[in-house]
Design a protein around this ligand. Structure first.
Ligand code: HEM
Length: 493
């Protein structure tokens, strides 16, 4: 009985504390939070959609309590500009989810480090050695070769009239593009069961990171890892790190043997950086950089390609227009599309922008965190507040886009809007200091993979399903996946 009284008293106290806190605070408006759980009941299994619905009621700058975490949700281009341009530095820290503890990568990864010396060093080194236009130009042939292998695989499926799982083949291609860039080797196969280990490890780490985790809302639970997610992620995260260690050791051995021919991949380039003590870039930094790039760069690219292909199969007239543009440029398919051709493929560019508007793979961006109190639009965003930017809602806002739910690439032929972080109505890669460093690589990859898949083949859905009946629902995880994987049969043109 005494326990019941004490519990009721505590509950009542928490309730009153929240009411008075809310009344006095200058936080942006938001739904009323329940004691302990806050606004968790306001979220469905598709938080991007629930938050979009709430923003219609409470406005584009909204506060929620996610368990014990005060969270501000941004849902309009103007306010996103305030956050990621006007006050970019103040909001450039990260709110680290519990899955960040997997193999301790919160301590070493560019994605989770606060904006300090270590983060700056990692961004600078990866720009200089991987993502600069100069490096991307130098690795162009490698990407074309991997896309040729993708097309060979699809050709094989075409001959046997076998359906292709688009997300899966795009994942394998993205993974091999990265592994060849880093280590000059393939680390995944399209069909064979061999060399499954690495692909499975990357996939599992991604899956664990995308699962809702109670410890994110109730940090008191962190030490208990109640769903076992960090334990599970650790098994596969360690596998990835062990594979990188093996590769680094082998390379060091080869480099020390005088007969060795030097490779010109990222590993070699980073080993040179790490030999320079002034660079403060250790072997450990290197293995975590590889870890980060494989996790951040594979699923994002492949799920985008899957959504693009789904939209094109659903809208055959748009597919036809995109293909005609390619056929014209390649003088009746006499040559393959190269990355230099992308700037001339304006309709293809519009198709990709339109898909990223409707299906941004990271719909709430990666959570940011306020470094200090900031006053925005007359409200206070206190230090340590978690910031979610609902780019999914911004892409479907009728105040920003006409016919927002329809797939109309043509809208991008009329206006000069790009996703490179300056046009805040379309920021699927983020904006400001924390903008995706892989943006230009993803841009090249998406265009060349897509152009090749539609230049060479027509596509129909598996099992004679009508395109109009295709399940276009979303599944929320680390990336916004298609609920039902897209399986389509390639047909010779
Ligand atoms: C961060 C999107 C591909 C590496 C991000 C962020 C987004 C994003 C939204 C967070 C931005 C923010 O916090 O404001 C995408 C999309 C991609 C893609 C849509 C493909 C369609 C890639 C690729 C790589 C990569 C190919 C590397 C190979 C990273 C890294 C970060 C990041 C390392 C963390 C940056 C930091 O926190 O400083 N990406 N990304 N991404 N992305 Fe990408």
């Amino acid at each position: 009985m005494e326990y019941v009284t004490l519990f009721s008293f505590l509950l009542g106290f928490a309730f009153l504390a929240i009411i008075s806190g809310r009344r006095n605070s200058r936080l942006p408006p938001g739904p009323f939070p329940f004691p302990i759980i806050g606004n968790l009941l306001h979220l469905s299994d598709k938080p991007n959609q629930s938050l979009a619905t709430l923003a219609k009621r409470y406005g584009p700058l909204m506060t929620l309590k996610l368990g014990s975490k005060t969270t501000v949700v941004v849902s309009s281009p103007d306010i996103a500009k305030d956050f990621f341009q006007t006050h970019d530095h103040a909001f450039s820290s990260r709110s680290v989810p519990d899955s960040g503890r997997v193999v301790n990568h919160n301590k070493y990864s560019m994605v989770w480090l606060p904006v300090g010396d270590q983060w700056k060093r990692l961004r600078r080194i990866s720009k200089e050695r991987i993502f600069s236009e100069h490096c991307l130009d130098a690795s162009e042939l490698l990407r074309r070769k991997k896309v040729d292998q993708l097309i060979d695989h699809v050709n094989h499926c075409c001959t046997s009239e076998k359906a292709v799982n688009i997300g899966e083949i795009a994942f394998t291609t993205s993974l091999n593009v990265l592994s060849n860039l880093m280590f000059s080797m393939d680390m995944a196969q399209y069909e064979s069961e061999s060399s499954k280990e690495f692909k499975e490890a990357v996939w599992t780490v991604l899956e664990v990171a995308g699962k809702p985790n109670l410890a994110d809302f109730f940090p008191i639970l962190k030490p208990f890892d109640p769903q076992g997610l960090v334990r599970h992620g650790n098994v596969y995260g360690k596998k990835m790190l062990t594979i990188f260690d093996r590769i680094i050791d082998q390379r060091l051995q080869t480099r020390s043997s005088s007969s060795a021919t030097t490779k010109t991949d990222v590993l070699d380039s980073l080993l040179n950086v790490s030999l320079n003590e002034e660079s403060k870039f250790s072997r450990n930094d290197m293995r975590y950089l590889f870890y980060t790039l494989f996790v951040a760069g594979t699923d994002t690219t492949s799920s985008t390609l899957e959504w693009i292909m789904a939209e094109l199969i659903k809208n055959p007239d748009k597919l036809k227009t995109a293909r005609s543009e390619i056929i014209k440029l390649t003088k009746n398919n006499k040559k393959d599309i190269q990355e230099q051709d992308i700037s001339q493929l304006t309709y293809l560019q519009a198709v990709i922008k339109e898909t990223l508007r409707l299906h941004p793979p990271v719909p709430l961006l990666v959570p940011h965190q306020a470094i200090h109190d900031v006053e925005i639009q007359g409200f206070l965003v206190p230090k340590n507040t978690q910031i979610l930017c609902n780019v999914w809602a911004m892409g479907r806002d009728p105040k920003v886009w006409s016919n927002p739910d329809s797939f109309i690439p043509e809208r991008f032929l009329e206006v000069n809007i790009d996703y490179k972080g300056q046009d805040f109505q379309l920021i699927p890669f983020g904006s400001g200091r924390r903008i995706c460093p892989g943006l230009n690589m993803a841009h090249r990859m998406l265009h060349i993979m897509l152009a090749s898949l539609i230049q060479k083949f027509d596509w129909k859905l598996e099992g004679n399903m009508k395109a109009q009946d295709m399940d276009m629902n979303e599944k929320f995880g680390l990336t916004l996946q298609k609920n039902t994987p897209l399986k389509a049969i390639p047909l010779k043109l």
